[in-house]
Design a protein around this ligand. Structure first.
Ligand SMILES: [Zn+2]
Length: 173
């Protein structure tokens, strides 16, 4: 397993829709392991493959907040939302590709998601609370969409300018 580099916005790969996974292979399972390790190391609660420059429809997440509770690492391959609640929730979201920037985003409170599991099996689950927000945020990544795309243009441009500056400083360091 290895911790991979996380792409920082702006990057064209973060704006590009990812390709469906055709087959669950050992190589893909190794990628999922790397993604989980990268997510936990960050630390974060979700990571989508395009964030490490791999343009495949796969995401990992673990939204267990209680440090006493057992971890619940999840790997979702080719996930899609098949139902969403009319009821909406607002969460302050952040993103490993947009470090230290947070903003409120409104999304459906509950979603039902269908995906392929690591053994190639079909999985289906209904998510609520933080899990619902996280899975929608990560599926957005697979469609080339970032949480800042939900913000007003002025706020989005302000965050993007900060990220350009951050990347310039990182490149110099
Ligand atoms: Zn993100």
């Amino acid at each position: 397993m290895a911790v991979r580099d996380i792409l920082i916005h702006p990057d064209p790969r973060l704006k590009t829709p990812a390709t469906p996974v055709a087959e669950v292979t050992d190589e893909l399972r190794a990628l999922a392991d790397d993604m989980l390790e990268t997510m936990y190391a960050a630390p974060g609660i979700g990571l989508a493959a395009p964030q490490i420059g791999v343009m495949k429809r796969i995401l990992v997440m673990d939204c267990v907040k209680d440090e006493e509770a057992p971890a619940r690492p999840m790997v979702l391959i080719n996930p899609s939302v098949v139902w969403s609640s009319d009821e909406m929730s607002i969460y302050e979201e952040g993103c490993l590709s947009i470090p230290d920037q947070y903003a409120e985003v409104e999304r459906p409170s509950e979603v039902e998601v269908v995906w392929t599991g690591l053994e190639g099996e079909e999985r289906r689950e209904r998510f609520d609370g933080l899990w619902a927000t996280c899975v929608q945020h990560e599926i957005d990544h697979l469609d080339g969409k970032l949480f800042i795309d939900y913000l007003k243009p002025l706020k989005r441009q302000m965050i993007t300018r900060k990220m350009v500056k951050l990347k310039r400083e990182k490149a110099r360091a």
